[in-house]
Design a protein around this ligand. Sequence first.
Ligand code: HEM
Length: 157
Amino acid sequence: MTTGAIATVALILHSLAAVVWVGGMFFALMALRPSTTALEPGTRLSLWSRTLERFFTWVWAAIALLLASGYALIFWVFGGFGKIGLHINLMQGIGIIMMLAFFHLYFAPWRRFRAALARQDYPAAAGQLNQIRIIVTINLVLGLITVAIGSSGRYWG
Ligand code: HEM
């Protein structure tokens, strides 16, 4: 594969993965959440359980693709860490923070949310869902910043 072909494939996969992850968080917080507040707790919490289960599978795939395509660009297109600009370092740093925040969300509040829902402890499940909401809000802000940095950084000068 030529460098141009690697760059093309990697950038397409990289930006599509970013769109899926960041766009999904935007939809969940800005469109779905305000529309679910009127539902009674059992219905609302199980809707979130089924919705987030599917979305989180896509987030795992997006993270794998972002890392693989990002480091493919750094090593095969840019020629290693010594040759990358500030914007790529910033993107990598914020991206890794987002990923660690997601791992925490997945293995702590998400597990506890599902356990609480299984025993129909709705107040406990709602508390865990609130934790998930806070982490997703932080990750949405970081994700929007990262997209702005990643897509404009090459023109910073
Ligand atoms: C965590 C490790 C990451 C690495 C190593 C990485 C690496 C890169 C590289 C090398 C580029 C090409 C930059 C250029 O052409 O000047 C790029 C572009 C980009 N990245 Fe990342 N990235 C990472 C994470 C993320 C994350 C988490 C997001 C968003 C959620 C993101 C969004 C973007 C976007 C939108 C572009 C611009 C694509 C385009 O318009 O050409 N990246 N990334």
